[in-house]
Write a protein that binds this ligand. Structure first.
Ligand code: CO8
Length: 257
């Protein structure tokens, strides 16, 4: 698939997907979202990639769904497109996705950011769900994921006013992990991605999955899930390598087996 709206690179086990529609602030048309998900899935299958970065540019991560594309579509058109089904595939990606966001992170842009597992934000990021101002509401998780992260009260304030919050406020509510100057946000995300890329890949993926189970399962079922995942990792080659390297006082070399 030749991409029109994203660019792709890789570096030291880190796959980098950059939204590339700068003239209209990386507005998410259907094709752009298809391209992002297609590339996420390719990187998920690629044994040379261990962590994925999803980013935009300093002015905008993404200013939401492409309003031009939505303006003329009828409710039935949009229902038939089933455009949100492709978003559901993002939660099946097993490798960690690090969002590196700056500038406008609005509407579908905020929803895309919330699909990332860890988020590094620039101090200039403004994050929100302005759909109400257009007479609609979020459709790709903006009422569900946002509420799970920031709680009902803050979610209601954001969703009912449509006003964005600053990166600093997003940090206070746990919506982003770190806030750094705009000159540093991408490098900070890359440094973190490389740090995780050095960890045993199987453990990274199993831990990611187990953490999300915590939100879905009752505690005892979650504990059972964790324990079985723990036993699974005990059977890995990387476990032998990790423990052997510790005993031999050397750096481990993890292969993902
Ligand atoms: N869609 C299409 N074009 C956009 C969008 C967008 N979401 N956002 C900005 N643009 C375009 C502008 O029209 C403008 O184009 P042009 O230069 O041709 O006039 C260009 O980007 C630059 O924008 P501005 O001149 O407006 O720049 P400002 O710095 O003055 O303002 C803002 C920046 C505040 C971000 C402003 O552009 C704005 O309010 N944009 C719309 C934000 C918004 O409402 N987003 C929510 C969209 S609805 C949504 O996301 C629903 C989610 C459903 C799920 C996702 C499915 C894909």
């Amino acid at each position: 698939m030749a991409y029109e709206y994203i660019s792709v690179a890789s570096e030291d086990g880190v796959g980098i997907i950059t939204l590339n529609r700068p003239k209209i602030l990386n507005a998410l048309n259907l094709q752009l979202v298809d391209e992002v998900v297609d590339q996420l899935e390719r990187m998920d299958r690629d044994p040379d990639i261990r962590v994925i970065i999803l980013t935009g540019n300093a002015r905008a991560f993404a200013a939401g769904a492409d309003i031009n594309e939505m303006a003329e579509a009828s409710a039935i058109d949009i229902m038939k497109r089933n455009q949100f089904a492709v978003w559901d595939r993002i939660s099946l990606i097993s490798k960690p996705i690090i969002g590196a966001v700056s500038g406008f992170v609005l509407g579908g842009g905020c929803e895309l950011m919330m699909n990332c597992d860890i988020v590094i934000a620039s101090e200039t990021a403004v994050i929100g769900q302005p759909e109400i101002k257009l007479g609609v509401m979020p459709g790709a998780g903006g009422t569900q994921r946002l509420t799970r992260v920031v709680g009902e009260r803050k979610a209601l304030e954001m969703l009912l006013t449509g006003e964005p919050i600053s990166a600093k406020e997003a940090l206070k509510y746990g919506l982003v992990n770190r806030v750094v100057p705009v000159e540093a946000y991408y490098q900070e995300a890359l440094k973190l991605a490389k740090q995780i890329a050095e960890q045993p890949p199987l453990a990274v993926q199993v831990i990611k999955k187990a953490v999300y189970k915590a939100g879905d399962l009752p505690l005892q079922e979650g504990m059972d899930y964790e324990r079985n995942s723990f036993y699974l990792l005990l059977a890995s080659e990387d476990r032998k390598e990790g423990m052997q390297a510790f005993l031999e006082k050397r750096k481990p070399h993890f292969t993902g087996h």
